[in-house]
Design a protein around this ligand. Structure first.
Ligand code: ADP
Ligand code: MG
Length: 177
């Protein structure tokens, strides 16, 4: 079972808090938020399929959530919707740091780059990963643990936050800057 709520970000308590500094207020005004709820892994994959439509390239998104929250599971859905991979072909890039897939968005060829920076420790290590070169006009870049790095937070177009609501239930909040 999945539930979708499209909300006015200016009305959420989250954004009300963020609205205090002038810069944050300006960002919150233009930001858009989508909220989803699910009670199963398959539900999360299904939400990922829907989310793909919201993420035309070029775009860089941070995927935020605890270990086991369902970040990689969500990417399975996004990848299948883009025709980039079958769900079971999408695995965690924990050791390789990045997995690249070819897909299509609106009939146009594009690339899906899935990163997991859990093991990366410093901005310097990040530099050698070559994120600049990955940010091409045809690339949708999804970065697990991207929030660890200031330079990624700066260039992100938004974030997808997954929180456990107990058992297999998850809340998924998408914010586009
Ligand atoms: P992450 O990438 O955030 O560390 P994964 O997607 O790799 O998380 O793993 C999520 C784990 O939680 C999987 O073992 C999955 O079966 C389980 N799970 C249970 N319920 C859900 C759910 N609603 N959405 C996603 N994963 C779920
Ligand atoms: Mg993962």
């Amino acid at each position: 079972m999945t539930k979708t709520v499209v909300s006015n970000p200016d009305a959420t308590p989250e954004n009300a808090k963020a609205a205090a500094p002038a810069v944050a207020a300006a960002a919150a005004k233009s930001a858009k938020t989508w909220e989803y709820e699910t009670t199963s892994s398959l539900g999360t994959v299904e939400i990922g399929r829907k989310l793909a439509e919201l993420l035309p390239p070029p775009r860089l998104m941070i995927l935020r959530g605890d270990l086991g929250a369902g970040k990689t599971t969500l990417v399975k859905g996004i990848a299948t919707a883009l025709g980039a991979a079958e769900a079971d072909e999408v695995t965690s890039p924990t050791f390789t740091l990045v997995h690249e897939y070819s897909g299509t968005f609106d009939g146009k060829p594009m690339k899906l780059l899935h990163l997991d920076l859990y093991r990366l420790e410093s901005e310097r290590q990040l530099e050698s990963l070559g994120l600049d070169e990955m940010q091409t006009p045809d690339a949708l870049i999804l970065i697990e643990w991207g929030e660890k790095f200031k330079s990624i937070k700066k260039r992100a177009d938004g974030e997808i936050v997954i929180t456990s609501a107990g058992g297999d239930s998850r809340k998924i909040v998408v914010t586009l800057n």
